[in-house]
Design a protein around this ligand. Structure first.
Ligand code: CAA
Length: 698
């Protein structure tokens, strides 16, 4: 008997305790242990009922994702669940923590389920490009009806225990925190009542509407674009409604295996771990002492500062916002309040929480108001002069040990740190706009940043709901530095023969939520225009200039969505980009002025010229140590720039879908055809190709 599932008894109740930290994932030893335990207690004349419970922080949180794709070992999960369902003794699953995926499916094999009220159950396999492959698509609809089950499985959301009880997924909530005692008492009560062994498989499914499946397909068409799992999930729940249980299970298996072997799921499973790895810093051990963060300060109540402040208030951390003028401060607070009120109106938060969160935000006009803050983040205007002033003042007022962070998206964090007498306390926290919504946080490590500052900021990032990635000081950090490569080639292709709608379509079809030109229209074309105007002519001529079309568009006041036109025109408030003949004329005129004969550019060329240079830049970023691992780059791109998660991230895609040699050879092809040094393959890329290795093997 292995230690993965421990057996004990309380009177005539047999107890199986799963013991596979940290999350009791269903590894082979756990599956074997449950099956053997059920069989042993099932045949034991001294046992009347069995309680299955998780040791530690949670009931089973799912299949062991690391086992997927490897040769199967141990008992099949469906056999384990069948053993529970067919056990001659009543089986009660006692739930706490997060019984998810295979964990909830195992619990659905029990005859009854009890849970602590704080439990959250769910079938989140869709996020791994999978579907619940151990009867979840067949059993859940039998408990809740098809409509609710379909929504739960397609969203993969974590369902709070009280809601799960209302829907019949859980039979009883255990008050207090002694789950085992509650579950044993429940089992004893069932025995005393001579309650039946209620098998979920024997229940009938309620199908609320015959149009449910067609309507659901229509409703998810846009958000499920490119994903495989949602479509298979719909087919499975339909099978649950139309087929006998065993046939439904067969259908589920076929559709599960189809997903398991798909590239989309491989990418999503890789990404699950990548996101967790990204939070870890190679030279900062997990046990590095952290600085306590009880209060935060934000400098600047503009869009960025306000959004950042909301993250702290949402996490229950009191935050002080500093502005120079009362009017700007009032405006900033009003925007925050409106954002919260709108969220409450949409049902995203309780109305009474609006005031609770606002009460956590203290406005101030004086730097003195920041003197007790544990972390202070500046979100002021992006020039070094302004940052210099801010950091000198901060150095004077902040208490010793306070973390001083800059939200700069491009300035040198080392230089900013040098304006203080405590560069070790300075770090970059590059939030993405809108800062209260976007998950990505590029934390920028300066050359002097102390390890405990890094450890604290990485863990604080998670506390305020962000997905942190540690990056180094370089122009554009990881995300914008790579984005620039895509932007340059997109612009050149307009001059050479493409149109914005063609470039955008190729990237939209690849899986991005929008193409580069629609994105530029959304962000505002004037931002880049003003930066380009600030650069001198010599700097512009150093490399082939990529701003001709963009400049011409901005000169006409076409700044993007906010002015109703940019690379596209817009019938506001509808934000759908509409191709514009006027833009086409500007582009053709630009080509003529540059002496370029326009030619047809294929979709494949667009894909290669936009994405391969990003991978090449990623290689340079890795060689310079600006990202710790290729997975960090992938996390930046999936969370900050809409890279489709079912393609893993640019570096995973390069490693596993395209192949580094193909990318290398294409870069050479473009270099030889254009003579432009832009295309020179990065030394690291060349080396990996020569050695037949991948980025992930570095
Ligand atoms: N398999 C393997 N390892 C897992 C795991 C799983 N299912 N779930 C979590 N882990 C690991 C994490 O990688 C992490 O490892 P490290 O400490 O080495 O980094 C550790 O457990 C803790 O995880 P988190 O950092 O995510 O902890 P958390 O408290 O923030 O969240 C959680 C806990 C909610 C369970 C979250 O980990 C989670 O969502 N896990 C995945 C759940 C899931 O998708 N289950 C379905 C699996 S697929 C399935 O079950 C298919 C089927 O039908 C049979």
């Amino acid at each position: 008997m292995s230690d993965a599932v421990l057996r004990s008894t309380q009177g005539r109740i047999g107890i199986l305790t799963i013991n596979n930290p940290p999350v009791n994932a269903l590894a082979a030893a756990v599956r074997d242990g449950i099956k053997a335990g059920i069989e042993a207690f099932g045949g034991d004349a001294n046992i009347d009922a069995i309680v299955l419970i998780g040791g530690g922080r949670t009931f089973i949180a799912g299949a062991d994702i690391r086992e997927f794709g490897k040769p199967p070992q141990g008992a099949n999960l469906n056999d384990v669940i069948a053993a529970m369902e067919n056990c001659p003794k009543i089986v009660v699953a006692a739930l706490h923590g997060t019984p998810l995926g295979g964990g909830l499916e195992t619990a659905l094999g029990a005859h009854y389920r009890v849970a602590l009220p704080s439990t959250r159950v769910g079938l989140p396999e869709v996020h791994l490009g999978l579907l619940p492959g151990a009867g979840g698509t067949q059993r859940l609809p039998r408990l809740t009806g098809a409509k609710y089950a379909l929504d739960a499985i397609l969203s993969g959301r974590h369902i709070p225990a009280p809601e799960a009880k209302n829907k019949g997924i859980i039979d009883a909530l255990v008050e207090g925190d002694d789950l085992l005692a509650g579950a044993v008492a429940h089992a004893q009560m069932l025995v005393a009542q001579n309650a039946p062994r209620r098998r979920v498989r024997d229940l009938t499914v309620t199908l609320e509407s015959p149009d449910l499946f067609a309507e659901t397909e229509k409703a998810i068409a846009r958000r499920a674009r490119g994903f495989k799992a949602p479509w298979n999930i719909i087919k499975c729940v339909q099978a649950a409604c139309e087929l006998p249980f065993d046939e439904g299970m067969k259908r589920e298996r076929e559709l599960f295996v189809e997903l398991l072997t798909s590239q989309e799921s491989a990418a999503q499973r890789y990404y699950f771990f990548a996101e967790r790895e990204a939070a870890k810093v190679l030279d900062v051990p997990a046990d590095t002492p952290q600085r306590p963060i009880k209060t935060a300060g934000i400098i600047g109540a503009g869009t960025m500062g306000g959004g950042i402040a909301m993250n702290f208030a949402n996490a229950g951390i009191p935050v002080t916002i500093l502005e120079a003028q009362q009017e700007a401060l009032d405006r900033g607070l009003k925007t925050i309040r409106t954002n919260y009120e709108n969220t409450a109106k949409r049902g995203g938060m309780k109305a009474e929480d609006v005031e609770k969160r606002m009460a956590l935000i203290t406005p101030t006009l004086s730097y003195d108001g920041l003197k007790d803050c544990d972390v202070i983040i500046e979100a002021v205007f992006e020039t070094m002069e302004v940052k210099e002033g801010v950091f000198k003042k901060l150095d004077a007022v902040a208490k010793p040990g306070a973390i001083l962070a800059t939200n700069t998206s491009g300035l040198d964090v080392n230089q900013i740190a040098s304006y203080t007498n405590r560069p070790g306390d300075v770090i970059g926290m590059h939030f993405f706009s809108p800062a209260n919504v976007m998950k990505l946080l590029e934390n920028v490590r300066g050359k002097a940043t102390e390890k405990d500052v890094i450890a604290t900021v990485m863990s604080l990032s998670k506390k305020i709901g962000k997905i942190p990635v540690l990056v180094g000081v370089c122009e554009g950090f990881v995300g914008n530095r790579m984005l620039r490569m895509r932007g340059i080639q997109s612009a050149y292709m307009l001059e050479e023969g493409a149109l914005p709608q063609q470039v955008d379509k190729v990237l939209y079809d690849f899986g991005f939520p929008m193409g580069p030109f629609a994105m530029s229209d959304l962000a505002g074309n004037d931002v880049g225009w003003r930066i380009r105007q600030g650069k001198n002519e010599k700097e512009k001529r150093n490399v082939r200039y990529s701003g001709y079309v963009a400049d011409a568009i901005c000169e006409l006041g076409r700044f993007g969505q906010k002015t109703g036109s940019g690379y596209f025109k817009y019938n506001l408030p509808d934000r759908t980009p509409i191709p514009d003949p006027e833009v086409e004329a500007i582009i053709e005129e630009t080509s003529k002025k540059l002496g370029i004969t326009r030619r047809a550019i294929s979709d494949q060329e667009i894909l290669e010229r936009t994405l391969y240079p990003m991978v090449n830049e990623g290689a340079k970023i890795l060689a310079e140590g600006m990202a710790q691992r290729s997975l960090d780059i992938d996390v930046v791109w999936v969370n900050g720039y809409g890279w489709p998660v079912y393609r893993g991230g640019p570096m995973w895609w390069a490693d596993n879908v395209v192949g580094l040699k193909t990318i290398h050879d294409a870069l050479m092809k473009y270099r030889d055809a254009s003579g432009d040094p832009f295309w020179e393959p990065a030394p690291l890329l060349k080396k990996l190709v020569q050695e037949g290795k991948k980025f992930s093997q570095l």
